[in-house]
Design a protein around this ligand. Sequence first.
Ligand code: DNO
Length: 345
Amino acid sequence: MKMTFRWYGEKDVIPLNYIKQIPNMSGVVTAVYDVPVGEVWGDDKIMRLKSLCDKAGLEMEVIESVPVHEDIKLGRPTRDRYIKNYAENIRALGKAGVKCICYNFMPVFDWFRTNLDFKHADGSSSLSYSEADFNKLDKHNLRLPGWDESYTSEELNGLLNDYKGMTHEKLFENLVYFLNGIMPACDETGINMAIHPDDPPWDIFDLPRIVGKESDYDKLFAAVPNVHNGITFCTGSLGAGRFNDLPAMARKYAKRIYFAHLRQLKFVNETDFYENGHQTCDGDVNVYAIAHELVAGGFDGYIRPDHGRSIWGEQGKPGYGLFDRALGAAYLNGLFEAIEKEMKK
Ligand code: DNO
């Protein structure tokens, strides 16, 4: 495995040299953030990012994300133009040495939590999810802070309207159409696409979601068997679904998992949970068993610590502070080293 760390580009408050100081850090996971979704990034912006990484002694082999335009998810006639642009981005990233692209196919929203500042007894804080709080949200005036991308409430309502009548089947067809459109660019460049699961892995706001459980992946690989069609195995997203057996899934798909987001969550009742430190003992995600099954299954991809707590007074982006993610990386490094060495015996 290669250990990586998410870096939000030049606007990130965490400097690259701090990331480099984390033991065993091979590179960063980043993206071009100032080009509208669906447009071509351009060689200049990509090469600028790459040279910043080079100077810091970090690789830039994973991009998270090249976002997918809503017209592609909606299956509108304009999708072909956006798919062409996407393929162009793949080719440009390939030239810059990128090996893996993480993306998602969630309509309108990306990951979703109800609280970005859940307080722990020890003074740290993390993200959390409560069904009761979710049900209290005013669906006509949604304000959802925290993701990479946000909409005005007019745009949001417009989009929600565009998805009226969208079914799981149709959305899945649109995903397959998209993948078939970009696979030639992946074949040429060798880039692996790694779809991020829906987070949480169920429908929200009446929008269908199609990547959250084992049968979804079986369907996806049957429809697009190309080896460049792969997974981002996000334990926090998949783990929010109690129906998922994560170690079994890690084993089953190990060779199609090109990227793993390893994070922890702890259930407080049937539906509600908070995120926590990365250790296996800190929650309900069996990080040890997942790492074990990944290695046993022949996983040879990138991993990164994900959604840390805010600790030691750090006032960072929720989930993306330096300190707890660095602790997470250190823990994961130890875990993988031990498992890999054990298995070679
Ligand atoms: C959340 C992240 C996601 C992820 C996208 C990938 O912390 O894991 O926002 O980057 O879903 O497209």
